[in-house]
Design a protein around this ligand. Structure first.
Ligand code: 5RP
Length: 218
C-alpha cells in the first residue's frame, strides 16, 4: 500500500466522528484532502465547516460544503487535521503546509482534535521533521538568532508567504524532549506568530492509516 493510500484510510475513517447537523473543523494537507472527499459524501447532513487554510476552503467550497468564518462559531465538536510528526503522548509537529497558525486557532475552539496520519508519522522524539515557526517578516533575523540560542538551526522557507502574510522558519536539529516547554519558549520570542508544536493542545483521537487499514486510538 502506498503512503497516499494509507492517508486515505485515515481520512475516510475520521468520518465516523462527524455528527449530523454539526459544523466541522477542517485542517490542511494531503491527508485532510481525503477527509474532505469523505465529508462531501455527507454534505447534506452537516451544516458546514470552519477551515484552517485558503487551500482547504477552496476544496470544501468546490465540493459544495459551506465554509463558516471562525468568528461566527463559538465551539466545534471536532477538528480533523494531519500532522508531520506525532509522539506517544500525542504531541505533534505541524505546519509542513504552512497553515499552522489557523490550525492552532481552529484546534483551540474544538472539543476534540482528531489527528489523521499515515504510519510514517509516529516518532519516539519529535524533531526529526524541521519544526515550522510562523514569523512576522521584519522579525525574521532576530527570531532566527533566538532559535539558534535554543539549540536549533533555522532555515528560511524561501518563496512561502502564509495565508496571514508572514514567513516560515523551519528549525532543524531539535530533539524535542519537553514539547510543552519548547512551545512556551518559542511562543515567547517577539515576532513569533505561532510555533508548529501542538503540545499544550495535542490530539485526543489518533487515526493511523496502515497497510492493514485504519487503526483508531481514543
Ligand atoms: C499543514 C499541516 C499538515 O497537517 C501536515 O503538514 C501534514 O500534511 P500531510 O497530511 O500532507 O502529510 O500541518 O500545515
Amino acid at each position: 500500500m502506498t503512503q497516499d493510500e494509507m492517508k486515505k484510510e485515515a481520512g475516510w475513517a475520521a468520518l465516523k466522528y462527524v455528527e449530523k447537523g454539526s459544523i466541522v473543523g477542517v485542517g490542511t494537507g494531503s491527508t485532510v484532502n481525503h477527509f474532505i472527499d469523505a465529508l462531501a459524501t455527507m454534505k447534506d447532513d452537516i451544516k458546514g465547516a470552519v477551515s484552517s487554510s485558503e487551500a482547504s476552503t477552496e476544496k470544501l467550497k468546490g465540493l459544495g460544503i459551506e465554509v463558516f468564518d471562525c468568528n461566527e462559531v463559538a465551539m466545534l465538536d471536532i477538528y480533523v487535521d494531519g500532522a508531520d510528526e506525532i509522539n506517544a503522548s500525542r504531541d505533534m509537529i505541524k505546519g509542513g503546509g504552512a497553515a499552522l497558525t489557523r490550525e492552532k486557532i481552529v484546534a483551540a475552539i474544538s472539543e476534540k482534535f482528531v489527528c489523521i496520519v499515515d504510519n510514517t508519522k509516529a516518532v519516539d522524539v519529535l524533531g526529526e521533521f524541521p519544526l515550522p515557526v510562523e514569523v512576522i517578516p521584519m522579525a525574521r533575523s532576530y527570531v532566527a538568532r533566538q532559535l539558534v540560542k535554543l539549540g536549533g538551526d533555522p532555515a528560511y522557507r524561501e518563496g512561502v508567504i502564509t495565508d496571514n502574510g508572514n514567513v516560515i522558519l523551519d528549525v532543524h536539529g531539535m530533539k524535542i524532549t519537553d514539547p510543552k516547554d519548547l512551545e512556551d519558549k518559542i511562543n515567547a520570542i517577539a515576532g513569533v506568530v505561532t510555533v508548529g508544536l501542538f503540545a499544550h493542545r495535542g490530539a485526543d483521537i489518533v487515526i493511523t492509516g496502515t497497510p492493514e487499514g485504519a487503526k483508531i486510538e481514543e
